[in-house]
Design a protein around this ligand. Structure first.
Ligand code: AVI
Length: 402
């Protein structure tokens, strides 16, 4: 057991900043012998997301705590952070975003990439979606993880990855990794996200919980390529990609993306732990993307506000309606914005006319079967593939190793 993997959140002795070392703020945290489960239950600083694991796992954790000397001092440094956009000036970034948006809006079948959902309000609306009764993927996936953490850890160990470099793609608030780290015991944790400022705070929180864990935060749009900076350990990389976001790629793009993870450039042993939404009854799928409260509709329409800001366009949100349906032939949910009346949208000297009923395609969310995902992982170069699913077989978490 590596000392750094002991979660600090159950420790009432945690104290504030007391020293500065080099450019990093150093935090001293007093640890103590874990007095059993009650300590987890009584501490108000705890992170409840790691309190779900089964009883047995809690006992295993407490055993690990006993390896520590009482009152041993652990230090938590501010995690390193690398912004892969650093080479590109903000003006060049803004210009290429505007070009991409303008091109997709001017195409015969107008579209906007789903990555533009996630401005500040969009991220909050997505969080609200995950709490909806109709949106089953988030809680179904959480249930699968909670029931199978120890088995997942065992699968990694069997693949020769007992202390991996855990690369968390689209880490967001890092909550899913926080629960996984005590089981997978990574040597290095690498949260990756396009939303840089948000990620910094979240990575610091992980560091507080696991003071001696090596953390390198990476700000990058990983959908454009998975070339990670040199600071990321190139041995024993395990990619963690929960949330069924692979479904937002076109199948050919999904295959290319998976191939990059299986590529020998990612180190000697490589693996992937990924959450995938499965094909199911069309009505269940449809209501998950067209909920009664209209939260998904707001999430979809908010994209127009973001395009207005990024492109300087003049979309009138009230002139558009949310459309979501399951396209069974392509095995995907499609989300569109449909013009309610004839209208014209303009931006920096350009304009496009939309007739009533014309649509902008904003998202596809592909649904796989266990067989089709297993086949895709094999095509990408993964050899050992297994999965865990819920009793209704609505969602699956796959473990794939090369
Ligand atoms: C992020 N992604 C996996 C979500 C999905 O289900 O495709 C995005 C989403 N779109 C509407 N609701 C949720």
């Amino acid at each position: 057991m590596q000392a750094g993997l002991l979660p600090a959140m159950g420790r009432p002795g945690a104290v504030g900043y007391c020293a500065t070392h080099a450019s990093h703020a150093v935090k001293t945290i007093k640890s103590y012998r874990l007095p059993g489960k009650t300590a987890f239950q009584s501490n108000s600083n705890r992170n409840d997301s790691i309190l779900d694991p089964p009883e047995k796992a809690l006992l295993k954790l407490s055993d690990n705590f006993l390896d520590l000397a009482p009152d041993a001092a652990l230090t938590a440094t501010t995690p390193r952070f690398i912004n892969v956009y650093a080479g590109k000036s903000p003006a060049r970034q803004a210009a290429s975003t505007a070009r991409e948006l303008a091109d997709s809006l001017m195409a015969p079948e107008a579209s906007v990439s789903p990555k533009y959902f996630y401005n500040t309000l969009g991220s909050r609306l997505f969080e609200a979606i995950t709490a909806l009764d109709e949106y089953y993927p988030t809680r179904t996936e959480a249930g699968i993880f909670a029931a199978a953490y120890p088995q997942m850890a065992q699968a990694l160990a069997q693949a020769g990855l007992p202390h991996p470099c855990l690369i968390d793609l689209g880490a967001g608030n890092c909550a899913k990794a926080l629960a996984l780290i005590p089981y997978l015991q990574p040597r290095q944790y690498v949260p990756v996200d396009i939303s840089v400022e948000f990620l910094k705070g979240a990575a610091a929180q992980v560091q507080n919980n696991f003071p001696a864990l090596g953390i390198v935060g990476v700000g990058m749009d990983f959908s454009a390529g998975l070339a990670l900076p040199d600071e990321v350990q190139d041995e024993d990389r395990v990619f963690f990609y929960p949330g069924s976001s692979l479904g937002n790629f076109q199948p050919e793009q999904a295959l290319q993306f998976l191939r990059q993870m299986a590529d020998p450039a990612q180190g000697k042993a490589r693996g992937l732990l990924i959450g995938i939404d499965l094909v199911k009854d069309a009505a269940v799928l449809q209501t998950a993307y067209d909920d009664a409260l209209g939260v998904t509709a707001a999430f979809n329409k908010n994209l127009l506000r973001n395009v207005n800001e990024l492109l300087g366009a003049d979309f009138e949100v009230r002139q558009w309606r949310h459309v979501a349906f399951f396209n069974a032939g392509l095995s995907r949910i499609e989300m569109h914005l449909e013009a309610i009346c004839d209208l014209t949208v303009s931006w920096s000297g350009h304009s496009r006319r939309f007739l009533a009923g014309e649509r902008i395609h904003t998202e596809s969310s592909y649904k796989y079967t266990v067989e089709s995902m297993t086949e895709l992982l094999r095509q990408a170069g993964f050899r050992q593939v297994r999965h865990w699913s819920d009793p209704k077989d609505w969602f699956a978490v796959f473990w794939a190793a090369v």
